[in-house]
Design a protein around this ligand. Structure first.
Ligand code: GTP
Ligand code: MG
Length: 240
């Protein structure tokens, strides 16, 4: 790296730093001035998470009763942290108002459903979306169309009601459905991505390596699914 390039980089870092800290102040002021509405907003997102999690637990329970098998391995939920909410507001240039945040940021409430097999994902998604109080806003099928990184999952942005004493309020929730293999890959890739010490000349090699791992994990899902299908066929025959 030349001296000029290095200086440019340092200057950019400095500008980023100044911009971030300025906006941080603005954000802190906003939170302080709107402490109650901000807390209420976050509490509503938490309530919507509980509603969505229950919906998946009910579907899983019913499936278990019917087929003696649980299609959901685990469910993880989270409300977006203030820090990452701020980063997104800044990145997307969203005005600092509760309405603008609710309207433009769709992943404040996050529910991740980890399934055993790939076809469980589509079955569960269909049952969930068929419910008359779940409104689909956006569907991204990164299983049929993986991201350039190799990332796979089915993403649903939905609106679902929470019931307050004044009546119902529709809340946006991001649901990510994945298999164990998809979750394994995504969790490790997420961890690796934040390692700052990766040398730049290795980054292409590392991206290719992660893509290769994603393909292996996808092949694994397919083989596991096939094994499951063979077993299910055998069970059906036995019942006949
Ligand atoms: P965000 O603004 O980051 O939420 O992205 P987006 O609005 O383009 O939505 P997208 O559906 O692409 O991704 C949303 C979420 O999916 C992220 O917050 C991650 O949880 C997950 N995700 C997407 N791409 C990747 C990836 O390449 N690796 C990993 N580990 N997770 C990913
Ligand atoms: Mg996100």
């Amino acid at each position: 790296m030349g001296r000029r390039e290095l200086e440019e980089r340092i200057e950019k870092r400095r500008e980023d730093f100044v911009r971030n800290s300025l906006l941080s102040d603005e954000f802190i002021d906003f939170v302080q001035e709107n402490l109650k509405p901000v807390n209420t907003m976050m509490a509503y997102y938490q309530c919507a998470i509980m509603e969505v999690e229950t919906k998946f637990k009910v579907l899983s329970e019913q499936h278990s009763l019917e087929y003696d098998r649980n299609p959901i391995e685990s469910i993880k939920t989270r409300v977006k942290s203030m820090e990452s909410l701020l980063k997104k507001i800044r990145r997307k240039n969203i005005p600092l108002t509760i309405d603008a945040i609710e309207e433009n940021i769709q992943d404040i409430a996050g529910v991740r459903v980890i399934c055993a097999f790939q076809d469980d994902i589509y079955k569960l998604a269909k049952c969930f979306l068929d419910q008359d109080d779940v409104i689909l806003i956006q569907k991204k099928d990164y299983i049929a169309n993986p991201k350039p990184s190799g990332y796979r999952s089915l993403h649903l942005i939905v609106k679902t009601p929470i019931f307050l004493k004044e009546g119902k309020k529709m809340i946006t929730v991001e649901v990510q459905l994945r298999t164990i293999a998809m979750d394994f890959w995504a969790s490790l890739e997420h961890k690796l991505r934040y390692k700052k010490s990766i040398p730049e000349d290795q980054s292409k090699y590392l991206a290719e390596e992660m893509m290769d791992c994603a393909q292996i994990s996808s092949a694994l899902d397919e083989r596991m699914q096939k094994v499951r299908d063979v077993i299910m066929q055998a069970e059906k025959k036995e019942e006949e």
